[in-house]
Design a binder for this molecule. Structure first.
Ligand code: ADP
Length: 251
C-alpha cells in the first residue's frame, strides 16, 4: 500500500506498530479518517485506542509505520514538520487539565494569543463565541474550581476549538464525570458534530453517543481493527464474534 494520503484523507496510519516493552499495543495498524467525518474507536480496555490519540498528539512515538495528517508527516518527520502538522490537531482529555490560576475566558484565549499570535481582542471575541457554543457564555470570569466537572469539560472543548484545529481528538471525555453531568457534555459535542465541519476522532464507552455522531465505527481488539463500518452495521449487525461479545457486555 502506498503511504501517501489521498486528498480527502485527513488522518492516515500505515502499518503502525507501537510496543511498550514486550507488549505490542498496536500491531501493523492501517486506517484512515476522511476530512469532515466523525469516527469512533470502540473496543475492550487495553486494546490500544487511547494510544492512537496519544500518537497523534506526539505524546508517544511509534516503533514502525507512517502517520500522516492533512498531507504532512507526523512520523517519520523532523521536528519542524511535526510542529506544523500538530497545529491541525486539538485534543480533549479525560481530566480536563484547565489552567487553575486563569479564569475561563483566559483559559480559552491563552493558546491562540501565545501560539497563533492572535490579538487579545480577537481571541477574546472568538472565545466568547465558543463559550456561548458550549453553553457557558455567562461563566467567562469564573475560575475552573468554581465550575462543575461538566462545565470544566465544556471549557476544555472550547479551548481546544479556539486553536481552529481541523481534527478534534476526544479521549473518553465523560469518564471522569459524575453521571448526571455526562449528558450535557455529550449534547455539546453532538451540536459541534452537527453544526461545524470539524473532523472528530473519539474514543468512548458511551455507545449511544457513538451511534448518534459517528459516520464510521472502528472496533479494536488487541491492537488491530477487527471490524469497521457504519454505526447501524456495527451496533445492529456486527460480523465478528468479539464485537458481539463486547457490545453484549457494554450495551
Ligand atoms: P485503551 O485505550 O484501548 O484502553 P490503551 O491505548 O490505553 O488502551 O493501552 C493499550 C495498552 O498499552 C495497555 O496494555 C496499556 O497498559 C499499555 N500502555 C499504554 N500506555 C503505556 C505506557 N506509557 N507505558 C507502558 N504501557 C502502556
Amino acid at each position: 500500500m502506498s503511504a501517501d494520503p489521498t486528498p480527502h484523507e485527513l488522518i492516515r496510519f500505515d502499518n503502525v506498530t507501537k510496543r511498550f516493552g514486550d507488549n505490542t499495543v498496536l500491531d501493523n495498524l492501517c486506517f484512515s479518517v476522511e476530512t469532515g467525518k466523525h469516527v469512533t474507536l470502540i473496543g475492550p480496555s487495553g486494546s490500544g485506542k487511547t494510544t492512537i490519540l496519544r500518537l497523534l498528539m506526539t505524546l508517544v512515538k511509534p516503533d514502525e509505520g507512517v502517520i500522516s495528517v492533512n498531507g504532512g508527516r507526523l512520523f517519520p518527520a523532523d521536528e519542524k514538520e511535526v510542529r506544523e502538522v500538530r497545529k491541525n490537531i486539538g485534543m480533549v482529555f479525560q481530566q480536563f487539565n484547565l489552567f487553575p490560576h486563569m479564569n475561563v475566558l483566559r483559559n480559552v484565549t491563552e493558546a491562540p494569543v501565545r501560539v497563533l499570535g492572535m490579538s487579545k481582542d480577537e481571541a477574546a471575541e472568538r472565545a466568547k463565541g465558543l463559550l456561548d457554543l458550549v453553553g457557558l457564555g455567562d461563566k467567562q470570569d469564573m475560575r475552573p474550581t468554581q465550575l462543575s466537572g461538566g462545565q470544566q469539560q465544556r471549557v476544555a472543548i472550547a479551548r481546544a476549538l479556539a486553536m481552529r484545529p481541523q481534527v478534534l481528538l476526544l479521549d473518553e471525555v465523560t469518564s471522569a464525570l459524575d453521571p448526571e453531568l455526562v449528558a450535557g457534555v455529550l449534547d455539546v459535542l453532538r451540536d459541534i458534530a452537527r453544526t461545524t465541519d470539524i473532523t472528530m476522532l473519539c474514543v468512548t464507552h458511551e455507545m449511544n453517543f457513538a451511534r448518534d455522531i459517528s459516520d464510521d465505527v472502528l472496533m479494536f481488539d488487541a491492537g488491530r481493527v477487527i471490524e469497521s463500518g457504519s454505526p447501524e452495521k456495527i451496533f445492529s449487525d456486527p460480523e465478528h464474534e468479539r464485537t458481539r461479545e463486547f457490545l453484549g457486555a457494554v450495551l
